[in-house]
Ligand binder design. Structure first.
Ligand SMILES: [Fe+2]
Ligand SMILES: [Fe+2]
Length: 291
């Protein structure tokens, strides 16, 4: 069924989501515990042209001003009220209209992540974090282009690290030539804490705000920083962190293992698992959430 709130262009913005996830997993971070591939940033012949184009737009448009504008636009959470189940279905329903494989990727990815966390005996909040961490991709359904929803995130308002994916494409970003922003600290103070740093706009920050009163701090940091690879994978931007961030970093890194590498031999069956997850959701979340 196609959701009546679907917007023209949604199909395009969602089509690449699975493509993006596959790229990250297969091409950038193929080995657990390994750094990003050295050839990543000099990638002259990417396997999928769409990925470089995605980053051309992302690195061009994600400026300090843009992020502030998106935060004003979306963090009021006044678009719709949905239960957690509705939001999962909302993300999924529209994808029915584009590509069945992408649908499978999205729901299966969330379930695989959650089930892998559960199989390792972690607490309920951690399992739920796995199930919900990409729900912010509903931004695509609100008409947002893919470059403003997915992909690695990075701080704006200060210098772009050359350990960020496709960092050479920041040449096109006006902030790279702006003296207010193009030095290591930019608008920030050393050790100010990541909570005071604006990251490029995407599904992580949005999802964090949807769930910020309903999960423990470690789960919230997993959601908020899971695409911030320059930090949790590459070790950059420590100078902006405080001790709390460094404590949370271990959680974010632990989560990343499940996010990237949880491919169970038997694909989880949503119908069979739904009663378990509905029980968890009812126990931990209010009936309706603001999106
Ligand atoms: Fe994600
Ligand atoms: Fe994910």
């Amino acid at each position: 069924m196609v959701n009546s709130n679907a917007q023209p262009g949604d199909r395009d913005s969602l089509n690449g989501l699975g493509q993006w996830d596959d790229f990250i997993e297969e091409q950038v971070y193929p080995e657990p515990h390994a750094r990003a591939r050295e050839d990543y940033r000099n990638y002259t012949a990417p396997p999928r042209d769409g990925i470089r184009e995605f980053y051309r737009q992302n690195h061009h448009f994600q400026t300090y001003d843009l992020v502030q504008q998106k935060r004003r636009e979306f963090l009021g959470l006044h678009r719709r009220k949905m239960s957690v189940l509705e939001s999962l279905n909302f993300l999924n329903t529209l994808i029915d209209d584009s590509d069945p494989d992408i649908e499978l990727d999205q729901l299966q990815h969330l379930l695989q992540t959650a089930e892998a966390i559960r199989a390792d005996g972690h607490e309920e909040w951690f399992v739920l974090t796995g199930l919900l961490h990409d729900l912010g991709k509903v931004l695509c359904l609100f008409g947002e282009p893919q470059w403003a929803v997915t992909g690695d995130t990075f701080p704006v308002g200060c210098q772009f690290s050359d350990r960020i994916v496709y960092s050479e494409l920041f040449d096109q970003n006006p902030d790279a030539a702006d003296s207010r922003y193009n030095h290591p600290l930019g608008v920030y103070e050393a050790g100010c804490g990541l909570r005071n740093v604006l990251l490029s706009w995407g599904h992580d920050e949005y999802c964090y705000h949807v769930f910020k009163n309903h999960l423990p701090e470690a789960g919230l940091c997993m959601i908020r920083y899971h695409s911030f690879y320059a930090w949790h994978r590459e070790g950059e931007y420590d100078y902006l962190c405080d001790d709390h961030d460094r404590e949370m970093l271990t959680w974010v890194q632990q989560f990343n293992e499940y996010d990237l590498y949880s491919k169970l031999p038997e694909p989880p069956d949503w119908k069979q698992l739904q009663p378990y997850y509905m029980g968890l959701i009812e126990k931990h979340f209010p009936a309706m959430l603001d999106f």
